[in-house]
Write a protein that binds this ligand. Structure first.
Ligand code: SF4
Length: 349
């Protein structure tokens, strides 16, 4: 999320957020599955989009594809700027906004969107585009989904009404959530800067070559250059890289993402974080493991019919305190989150 990117304006703090991150049900609901609307669209979805957009543009000169939109919302000293790009608009009177979505099972997706558009990220995306348009032009546009099957190419259209009072009810709750998230992000940034002030190298003497490595990295960061570093085994690369990078990121109030090609290499980075913690630095680590490695079922086929852990996943996260863990724990990984809760039916990460 982009909530960490804050800019102070004369009165409110400006926070930019993508429409994808903005248009979420309050509270979150639904299961882990292909129709959830929480994930990013797949590459084959983009190809379907482009095909439909080309067809529309050819058939209607008033059709415009990929239109950037933006809307500002003020709340409690913050100014949230929501940026998005709608798939297409027919500039008729009134205008019609069309979102193109692809899914394996179009009928099922259509059933869900028609039943409760405010409870689904896709529905909220389309309604938000409609609302932004209404705010700008004071005209309520027609809203429609064009749903295309990625399996058979079969397509169907689904009209969604823009109910302004209902949308504004959701918007009110969502802005309340964003204010809470913004305040939490500010606290995290302040906490990180405080840690950076006393952040020290975890060993009395760096190994030969480690000082040179750290100086290279510091210089690269100062110049904003990407670096590709090759260093021999046993030099202490992990600590040698993490120390200058963490110190810089924490000083900026930011976090560090450390990626390893294999799960076994996670532990080296986790050990390095423990070393920093032993110096008194209150840094925290969160390890993300491939789901295939921590799946409780025979296969990671994440859908609510096959897996009880996938069922109602988004409601279970707050209900079982998972979202509070980062505030309480210093080291979080898959086994640590799931082990004590396996007695709770249907909860995993
Ligand atoms: S337990 Fe396995 S199948 Fe179920 S949600 Fe997790 S990864 Fe997916």
């Amino acid at each position: 999320m982009v909530l960490d990117e804050m800019h102070t304006l004369t009165k409110s703090k400006l926070i930019t957020i993508s429409l994808h991150d903005f248009a979420l049900p309050v509270p979150r609901s639904g299961s882990i599955e292909a129709h959830s609307g929480y994930g990013r669209s797949a590459a084959d979805g983009r190809e379907i989009h482009q095909r439909v957009q080309k067809k529309r543009a050819k058939a209607d000169p008033l059709y415009q594809a990929e239109v950037p939109v933006s809307c500002l919302f003020e709340r409690d000293g913050y100014c949230f700027r929501v940026d998005g790009r709608l798939d297409g608009i027919f500039r008729h009177d009134p205008p019609k906004i069309e979102e193109i979505k692809s899914a394996f099972n179009v009928r099922e997706l259509s059933r869900r969107l028609a039943g409760n558009p405010l409870g689904h990220p896709y529905g909220l995306q389309l309604l938000s585009y409609g609302y932004f348009n209404w705010r700008e032009h004071q005209v309520s546009p027609a809203l429609s989904f064009h749903l295309v099957s990625s399996r058979s190419g079969e397509a169907e259209n689904l009209d969604i009404p823009l109910d302004l009072p209902l949308y504004e009810q959701w918007l009110d709750s969502r802005l309340d959530e964003l204010v809470i998230e913004a305040k939490q992000a500010e606290k995290r940034a302040a906490r990180r800067r405080k840690i950076a002030a006393g952040f020290t190298f975890p060993f009395a003497n760096p190994r030969p070559g480690q000082i040179e490595l750290m100086q290279e990295i510091e210089q690269g960061m100062a110049e904003g250059k990407p670096l590709l570093i090759q260093a021999p085994t046993g030099l202490g690369k992990t600590v040698g890289v993490l120390y200058p990078v963490l110190r810089e990121a924490l000083g900026r109030g930011q976090r560090v993402v450390y990626v390893t090609p294999k799960n076994s290499q996670h532990s080296v980075a986790e050990d390095a974080v423990s070393r920093f913690q032993e110096t008194g630095a209150r840094v925290k680590s969160l390890s993300i493991t491939a789901k295939a490695k921590i799946c409780f079922k025979n296969e990671p086929l994440c859908n609510p019919d096959y897996c009880e852990y996938a069922r109602d996943y988004y409601a279970k996260l707050p209900a079982h305190g998972i979202l509070d863990l980062p505030g309480k724990e210093t080291e979080i990984d898959g086994p640590r989150v799931s082990r004590p809760r396996r007695t709770v039916p249907g909860l995993s990460i």
